[in-house]
Design a protein around this ligand. Structure first.
Ligand code: SAM
Length: 291
């Protein structure tokens, strides 16, 4: 906008413009360094991809991708698609060149980008080799953004306090050269289904009950209401898309009932496994439209 001749800015407007100019002149906020470049040795790349169970229909993201070796190997060996980000422009250039050389440039991409600003919502596999406090800081984002059943594999550092599903420990001679130790640990996590809310529970030979699940990340508690009686569920464990529920004695069942099932859209479906009966059970969301 051009300023008309002879016009004087009001003191308030001048103060506003000066404040905006000062803001624009400020140096960009420093990116948070999530760890120095230490490439994952090749035998550990293989072990990480095997632990994640990478398949052709996976989309693997490596946060802090270095030379792109995890993403490129997943694409070349398993046909997966992938994406990597790094703050080091030289490494990003190298990763894209490595992808072209490996013939997987059409399946993968690498960008110079801060991993804390990277959307991980499309990843079905996430690989990490970052500082211990950084992987822990990522847990809320992983649980909020990644789809249920997605796998996370972290090299050397656990995503505490999230309990891992599987852990591997082994020694790799090549690691001594880059990390000063041969010792390696890999941790695998599976993103839990989101089942918090209200459900209509249908058990074989029983009237429908109401199941109320309170979920925070991987932890859940629940209550079941049948007739006029509401009881806390003895145990509810969510692992990926599967759920195990131990119901207290209710209705005609004198003993506790164990349910195992799987989330399919807005329904949990599975088998009554013990001890008070067998057969199929099902729970249907009552709050589907309100979430
Ligand atoms: C230990 S290396 C791991 C490299 C690769 N993932 C591998 O396993 O071979 C960590 C990488 O994270 C990158 N990095 C550090 N802070 C970052 C940030 N804020 N955003 C993106 N990348 C970052 C570093 O440049 C480095 O390449």
């Amino acid at each position: 906008m051009r300023r008309p001749r002879g016009h004087r800015w009001s003191p308030l407007r001048r103060r506003l413009l000066l404040a905006l100019a000062a803001l624009a002149a400020r140096p960009a906020l420093a990116q948070r360094n999530a760890g120095p470049y230490v490439p994952t040795p090749w035998p550990i790349v293989d072990a990480m991809l095997a632990l994640a169970g990478v398949r052709a229909d996976d989309y693997l993201i490596d946060l802090g991708c270095g030379d792109g070796r995890l993403v490129i190997t997943a694409a070349r060996r398993f046909g997966a698609r992938g994406y990597g980000v790094d703050i080091d422009p030289g490494l990003v250039k190298l990763a894209n060149a490595n992808a072209a050389e490996a013939g997987v440039a059409g399946q993968v991409r690498f960008d110079e980008r801060d991993l804390f600003e990277t959307d991980i919502g499309a990843a079905t596999v996430l690989t990490l080799y970052l500082l211990p406090h950084i992987v822990t800081d990522l847990v809320p984002r992983i649980l909020a953004q990644m789809p249920a059943g997605a796998r996370v594999v972290s090299h050397d550092y656990a995503l505490a306090p999230w309990p891992h599903d599987e852990e591997l420990a082994f020694d790799v001679a090549e690691k001594e050269f880059v990390s000063g130790t041969t010792h390696t640990r890999l941790y695998r996590y599976v993103v839990p289904a989101r089942i918090g809310g209200e459900w209509r529970l249908e058990l074989p030979g029983a009237s429908p009950a109401r199941l109320s699940v309170r979920q925070q990340g991987w932890r859940a508690t629940a209550a079941v209401a049948s007739g006029a009686r509401t009881s806390e569920v003895d145990e509810i464990v969510i692992r990926g898309a599967t759920v195990r529920i131990l119901l207290p004695p209710m209705g005609r069942a004198a003993a506790r009932t164990q349910l195992e099932g799987r989330l399919h859209g807005d329904a949990l479906e599975g088998e009554v496994v013990q001890p008070s009966g067998r057969g199929a059970w099902r729970a249907v969301r009552l709050d589907a439209g309100t979430r």
